[in-house]
Design a protein around this ligand. Structure first.
Ligand code: C5P
Length: 223
């Protein structure tokens, strides 16, 4: 028996942090589907593939040589044998990921790769379409959101803590552009599954969100 918990939502809503904590508490595997789109984008940039050419990007997605390795408390994203964990977080890679994620052929090419992460006793899947497309049968579906302003604030704090410069206005603009691209695309747009619980984390702490999610997981176990 494999229990699947899907956590979808816009960038910066806290999905990554919450998914990691839920995976630790449940002992389930973790799927960071955004990292797969980012690795595909990076592979295109490395190979100088024209990202306006859907068929060319699909070919890259099909041949993608990636793996995830657990190192201490981190998960490393490996592309063609090299650690790409830092590189895939760069802004250009994120924007390219968002662009190529709009291509249906690319999404189809990456579908089975994502489903393969599901293994007993369970999986926590982080993304945009985990509950709607990739794992429609998931036992627990959550749509985690927060206002764009709050998400921009959190990103600024994260960058400053990492010793990097952060421009709130620019970050907010970028978040709004990414939200718009992700939610208006024709293929697997960002939206809550009909049976998802929508959780707005704007005024909640990480612990409060975690408690809420773990309550839903416990309830699902009992039913
Ligand atoms: O979550 P993250 O910001 O790492 O994802 C990068 C980009 O990949 C998103 O902006 C989104 O366009 C795309 N993505 C997607 N479907 C997913 C996960 C990510 O389209 N399941």
């Amino acid at each position: 028996m494999t229990t699947v918990i899907t956590i979808d939502g816009p960038s910066g809503a806290g999905k990554g942090t919450i998914c990691k904590l839920v995976a630790q508490q449940t002992g389930f595997a973790l799927l960071d589907s955004g990292a797969i789109y980012r690795l595909t984008a990076l592979a295109c940039l490395n190979q100088q593939v024209d990202v306006d050419d859907e068929a060319a990007v699909k070919t890259v997605a099909e041949a993608l040589n990636i793996k995830f390795e657990v190192s201490e408390d981190k998960v490393l994203a490996i592309l063609d044998g090299a650690d790409a964990s830092k590189k895939i977080r760069e802004e250009q890679v994120g924007m390219t990921a968002s662009k190529i994620a709009a291509y249906p052929a690319v999404r189809a090419a990456l579908l089975q790769r994502q489903r393969d992460f599901s293994q007993p006793p369970g999986l926590v899947a982080d993304g945009r379409d985990m509950g709607t497309v990739v794992f429609p049968q998931a036992e627990v579906k959550i749509f985690l959101t927060a206002s764009a302003q709050e998400r921009a604030k959190r990103r600024v704090k994260q960058l400053e803590e990492a010793g990097q410069k952060a421009d709130y206005a620019l970050i907010l603009k970028d978040i709004e552009a990414r939200d718009h691209a992700d939610s208006t695309r024709a293929s697997a747009p960002l939206k809550p599954a009909e049976d998802a619980v929508v959780l707005d984390s704007t005024a909640l702490s990480i612990q409060q969100v975690l408690d809420h999610v773990m309550n839903l997981v416990e309830k699902a176990k009992q039913s």
